[in-house]
Design a protein around this ligand. Sequence first.
Ligand SMILES: [Zn+2]
Length: 86
Amino acid sequence: MVQFSNQSSYIFVNEAYCINPTCSCTEVTLTFIELSDDGQLMNKLFNIRVDMSSWKVTDKTIFSKKTVADKMMKEFMDHIDEISRD
Ligand SMILES: [Zn+2]
């Protein structure tokens, strides 16, 4: 779970790895979902696809307000080194 500085609510980050067994990519799709105060999954905010060998974003899909998603995405990428160490 991640809390962003510009958001009061907690964000759940779902990781989905490539499911194609013959594929050799190192990409993971992260889906950012806003949680309600009692921890229920609420709105899907955005997806980013990240190449784990370089930590570069290869694709993104925004479901919510673009300005909010852009800010959160940038903040997440600024801290991705810390997050990936967990
Ligand atoms: Zn793949």
